[in-house]
Design a protein around this ligand. Structure first.
Ligand code: SF4
Length: 190
């Protein structure tokens, strides 16, 4: 795993399409039981070098019921977004993860997580990879169907403040899904 991670950290595959020099952000250890499968690092995380080092991360940790110390412990939680480098920002928010990234690295990285018991699938791009049957459907459909995915996969909306309206419009998420998320996370990080 350490050789692969070193290769990833040296990757420049799509550097010409990135707004800043590549800085792949991931957190991975073979002991991790939880995988956070997100979209791509934001600008603030790119600058600090810490995944989810922003308000989206604060909300995600609150949803999971854990603090930063647990969240940043690679032996408990792996963080491997669909695009490992900050892709830039457009008028509607951060751009999509670079399409070169997941085909180049994702399968090999995830193969290094043999103890994985729960994958949190966050947003459209992670959904396409981890629950491809929802391609063409909305993230809302996948989240609403959470009971159908078994105990190892839990789709979530993006925890971005931009999704405040979605949370307001779908109160069942906080009422039904978050208690299950917290229960599963607590059992795996303790
Ligand atoms: S986004 Fe992925 S493919 Fe592109 S430079 Fe970063 S690690 Fe390499």
């Amino acid at each position: 795993m350490s050789t692969l991670v070193a290769q990833v950290r040296a990757c420049t595959l799509c550097a010409a399409s990135l707004p800043l020099p590549p800085r792949p952000l991931l957190q991975i250890d073979a002991a991790a039981k939880i995988l956070v499968a997100g979209q791509a690092p934001g600008r603030r995380a790119h600058e600090s070098g810490i995944p989810f080092d922003d308000v989206s991360g604060d909300r995600l940790r609150a949803w999971m019921g854990i603090d930063r110390e647990v969240f940043c412990d690679a032996r408990r939680i792996a963080i491997v977004p669909m695009g490992l480098c900050y892709p830039g920002t457009g008028r509607g928010g951060d751009l999509a993860p670079r399409p070169e990234c997941a085909p180049a690295w994702r399968a090999r990285l995830l193969a290094g997580l043999p103890k994985l018991q729960l994958t949190l699938v966050i947003g459209r791009y992670a959904l396409d990879w981890h629950l491809p049957q929802y391609r063409g459907a909305g993230v809302t459909d996948a989240v609403r169907d959470w009971r159908r995915h078994g105990s190892a996969l839990l789709p979530l909306p993006h925890p971005s403040p931009r999704n405040q309206r979605w949370l307001r419009d779908h109160p069942w998420f906080e009422a039904e899904v978050l208690p299950v998320l917290r229960e599963r996370v607590a059992a795996l990080v303790s």
